[in-house]
Design a binder for this molecule. Structure first.
Ligand SMILES: [Zn+2]
Ligand SMILES: [Zn+2]
Length: 387
């Protein structure tokens, strides 16, 4: 490292990245004579090192800021149940250390020379994906998540990453191709914007594709981070919302979110009175459950979308149960980048905000336990200044 006077390491990293991007102010140039413009970016965060579900502090490197990349100084990252599933190996063997986190917001600290979408100082967010081919039918159709070459935000092979895999947002910064970052408008706080990057888009996308109309009866099953956003979004579009939860302690919140009714499904027979009643249902339950029993709450030829991801990504379905209800069953994966920008703008404009609890990095492990035990209310947001 060259003599960089009294710059902190973080400032140094930021400035050297900017130097690599041709953005460094001329008056500072002298400081960096001899600096490698393609220097990797130092990052610090919390990583899983095995399947235990316990994260530990970890320092690592990110790729240098490329011509189409931006560097984001992360301010907040929120906790999604997917982080826990993946780190614990529920979705298959993982490479460790691995930094989870795909609800990421911060401030742009450097931009590559081809980048026009962002400038230094912009508020930016990153969700569940960080790259794709940008050339196939799905990419051109603005559904990049269905591109065969999509790189998801953590744990995916990524040649450019010094660790060989993508590393997520429980960290101080991230380098990402500009296309895969969205703008965070000024009229929403960064901490409230963070959960929109997965929980928001994952529920917004199928709701929009269903084309829901005012007065439609919409069910939401599983009222956690995703489910509480689904209620708020559906209510904001004029739907009559029925929320299904296994937690009696959430009923009051559910009604406050605007649902018409909160149904406590402590026993599957509690669903029977609602049979055939709904036009649409979105299910966020991230575990095995009785799919056919829930699907039967939707009217024949109505639509049912699964967004919760259980262990091994597997759901068993009683085929007879599903056939009797004649529901159009589908599963949905996040949403494209344009739609992600749409949901962030929509939530900022309409003030549809997630209910969050800010935590410090050292509380992540405890927070994960609360998520697993259904105690989260409703999204934990990590203050990145504590990494
Ligand atoms: Zn998620
Ligand atoms: Zn593609």
């Amino acid at each position: 490292m060259p003599d960089n006077g009294d710059l902190t390491r973080r400032q140094f990293v930021r400035l050297s990245a900017m130097a690599g991007s041709g953005l460094l102010l001329t008056r500072s140039m002298g400081l960096f004579a001899g600096t490698n413009p393609a220097a990797s970016i130092k990052s610090r965060g919390y990583a899983a090192i095995d399947t235990s579900g316990t994260l530990v502090p970890w320092e690592f490197e990110r790729r240098p800021v490329g011509d189409n990349d931006i560097l984001i100084d992360i301010k907040y990252a929120s906790i999604c149940h997917s982080d826990i599933h993946q780190m614990k190996g529920h979705w298959g063997p993982q490479q460790y250390p691995q930094v989870p986190g795909h609800e990421i917001v911060g401030i742009v600290a450097a931009v590559g020379k081809n980048v026009t979408k962002f400038k230094v100082g912009d508020r930016a967010g990153v969700g569940c994906m960080v790259d794709s081919c940008l050339d196939c039918e799905n990419c051109e159709g603005e559904e990049e998540q269905y591109c065969p070459q999509t790189v998801f935000t953590y744990g995916y092979p990524e040649e450019s990453s010094p660790t060989g895999i993508s590393q997520g947002g429980y960290s101080t910064n991230i380098v990402v191709r500009d296309h895969f970052a969205v703008h965070i408008p000024d009229h929403i706080s960064l901490q409230e914007a963070a959960p929109l990057l997965c929980a928001g888009i994952t529920t917004y996308s199928p709701l929009m594709k269903f084309d829901l109309e005012k007065g439609d009866k919409v069910g939401v099953a599983g009222i956690g981070g995703l489910g509480h956003m689904a209620i708020k979004l559906a209510v904001s579009k004029g739907a009559e919302v029925y929320a299904f939860t296994t937690s009696p302690g959430k009923v009051k919140d559910i009604l406050a979110f605007g649902a018409r009714e909160a149904i406590v499904v402590d026993d599957i027979t509690k669903l029977a009175p609602y049979r055939g009643m709904l036009d649409y249902m979105i299910c966020t339950i991230p575990a095995q459950y009785d799919v056919a029993a829930y699907a039967a709450v939707v009217r024949p030829f109505g639509v049912y979308t699964q967004v919760g991801m259980p262990e091994r990504f597997e759901l068993s379905v009683n085929n007879l149960g599903l056939s009797i209800s004649r529901v159009n069953f589908n599963a949905s994966l996040i949403g494209g980048m344009k739609e992600t920008q749409d949901v962030v703008n929509y939530c900022a404009d309409s003030q549809i905000l997630p209910q969050i609890q800010i935590i410090k990095a050292e509380q992540i492990n405890e927070a994960w336990e609360s998520v697993v035990n259904k105690k989260a209310r409703y999204r934990y947001v990590i203050d990145a200044a504590t990494f």
